[in-house]
Design a protein around this ligand. Sequence first.
Ligand code: DQQ
Length: 668
Amino acid sequence: MDTPNPSHATYYIPLPEQPSLDGSPATRRKPLKGFVVIVGSIIFLVSLVGLILNQSQEPSSTSPMPNNDDKPSSQKKSFSKRMPRGVAEGVSAKSNPSLFDDDEVSYNWTNAMLSWQRTSYHFQPEKNWMNDKKTDLPSMLIGFLKLRQILNASIFTGPLFHMGWYHLFYQYNPDSAVWGNITWGHAVSRDLIHWLYLPLALVPDHWYDINGVWTGSATRLPDGQIVMLYTGDTDESVQVQNLAYPANLSDPLLLDWVKYENNPVLVPPPGIETSEYRDPTTAWTGPDGTWRLTIGSRVNTTIGIALVYQTTNFTTYELLDGLLHAVPGTGMWECVDFYPVAINGSIGLDTSAGGPGIKHVLKASLDDTKLDHYAIGTYDPVKDKWTPDNPEEDVGIGLRVDYGRYYASKSFFDQYKKRRILWGWINETDTEIDNLSKGWASVQSIPRTVLFDNKTGTNILQWPVEEIESLRYNSAEFEKIVIEPGSIVPLDIGTATQLDIFAEFETELLASATEEEGYNCSVGAVDRSTLGPFGLLVLADDSLSELTPIFFRPTNTTNGTLTTYFCADETRSSLAPEVLKLVYGSSVPVLEDEKLSMRVLVDHSIVESFGQGGRRVITSRIYPTEAIYGAARLYLFNNATGVNVTATLKIWQLNSAFIHPFPLVDDI
Ligand code: DQQ
């Protein structure tokens, strides 16, 4: 990607409804002003007509999608309304409730549209359903491959001898693109980006897991042993915890797993519902040298809790008095994650780390809302209790791990690179029928490093693992592009479906800002105020019939403070009516000396957006019908009425990751 031709960044189109204001042109506009004004005016008029036509179909200013009734009958097909999968089986919903009644319609997807939705550098299985991962093995496994594997794994060369593998285990249905028959899929990677699929690791084949080998976590013991605890759904639909371990620790691929002969090792204790007891965490050591682990549940229907167990051998356990933590009103806690973070420092910590200079993050996936929440606090390793720093921002009522489509996240400590890595499951927001047509459902997020934000002291920082930068192959830089109030600036970057974008924004106030209260992202990008919104339009087509704004929205509150929101607006991301399209986001801390900044990863139907260095993250799941392949474009926009916005960007195109079956000898 070359540095863009200035003439491509010169015409202005308003985001909906508002014509461009006169004002100083973008920096790159000057050399070709006359020509640009003519071309720009033509494009502006054409676009304006298009927008007006489009607006005339809008049901509301914040949801300007074409009415489903306006679709030609050739684009309609029926699908059935059904209850979400998973709920009856005692886990969180694993499909979307239909947005329509039985006699309503779905978009007529072409194969080309559906194929485009498959991601290129996010992990997903070759086919079928996937949901959350297990906590991945907390180490790089260094060792030699068996000779037969070396000789036949022709994709590998010498360095393999000195390199380890990251293992990913994930909830998988080998038979279909909908949730059910849950087994453990398995893949390995040297760098968390390129993956090799391996045979299934654990399948439901005993009474104690016959209804599903559900979520679990690995713990590495000091002698190098690996133990895996996982939830099994029994033949009577009781949730129990089971133990498994690798059959051969000297196999770097850990192909074979053994289930402990006396499983289950834990059953629901008195007072705990048999269908609300799951997802054991990685274990950590207490001051007495014994292991602790926590399991999520709920009591009194609405109180989310984390139970703590103590063990020395992972086969027998003692349930400790009291709880690690409980929060009324948050419901069942799934996939609890509990880990230390260094208050000052740029490295991650082993799960057992403790002592001065360390805080602990407690995360729960709320079954009731399908949202991942966390809070930062202090862990008392003697009482085995965790206390939030700010009770008003407790688990489930405060911060979210990701404000978009993201659930059941889990972290692990990568001792090879001394970092904590977080993954989340990105579920679909289209229908099961669409998923069956595609033949697959769900994607894992890009693995993210997690650190405590010692500038704010109130949040974690999430950032894509550095290895993703190895996919960058072309870059374009845009210096100080001025985006006038009510305008859109196209960025000429070539193919815009696999991108890594870093953008900084500065504002120049043109009018005094009005005061406002009660803003939140939900009004979307068509909202206008003196100070915002402004940002990027990703996966947009030339006519702007589809677009997804990722934006900042500063607000000037009545008490004189400036609060900035970081948001993503999916409402016009797709012409397909049945796709769930929401506006996501939250306020984001912006310190005095900081510019507004965002990093945005675009990978076909996934957009992961990191605001202010990863203080807030939003994952968008979108299904464009027009803004795909070579028709996908990237724009800057400024929908504020009273600020000029200056944007400086660096944009990389990303290669596809290599994600394929491992060429085991038996397959060759
Ligand atoms: N997924 C697993 C459960 C877990 C849920 C079942 C989270 O163990 O609670 O597939 O999505």
